[in-house]
Write a protein that binds this ligand. Sequence first.
Ligand code: IDP
Ligand code: MG
Length: 138
Amino acid sequence: MQRTLCIIKPDAVEKNLQGKIIKIILDAGFQILNLKPVRLTRKQAEKFYEIHKDKMFYSELVEFMTSGSCIPIALVKENAVNDFRELIGATNPAEAKEGTIRKLYADDKQRNAVHGSDSVENGIKEVNFFFPEIELTM
Ligand code: IDP
Ligand code: MG
């Protein structure tokens, strides 16, 4: 079993898509370990996306991720990391496959509805970032 972190991003929460997105995730066989609506502080968003700090889009990304509430969700499933990346689709919705969450609900490359961890190691790290208590119970 693997863990992966989903975040329903502010664009999707603003459009009230959280129910539809969570249904897709559950129908795909993921189990929710925990979820909580949060308004990220600038510090949290900067830290979470630290890996992108040298990219052109970094400050805009931090701006976007702190612009409204988002919903981090700790997920578990066999092969969770790759399966969730498949389920969300490409970063740019214009390149995302039919039926993926980003194809269905993303506005553009930045406002792309959901986050998904990109490796097993980051899945564990990112789940712990929002849900440190999970480490103690699993
Ligand atoms: P990912 O979310 O598909 O893993 P990353 O390359 O890790 O994509 O980028 C993290 C997030 O930064 C993206 O989901 C998106 O919100 C934003 N982003 C990525 N590339 C661009 C861009 O070229 N312009 C604006 N925002 C971007
Ligand atoms: Mg990424």
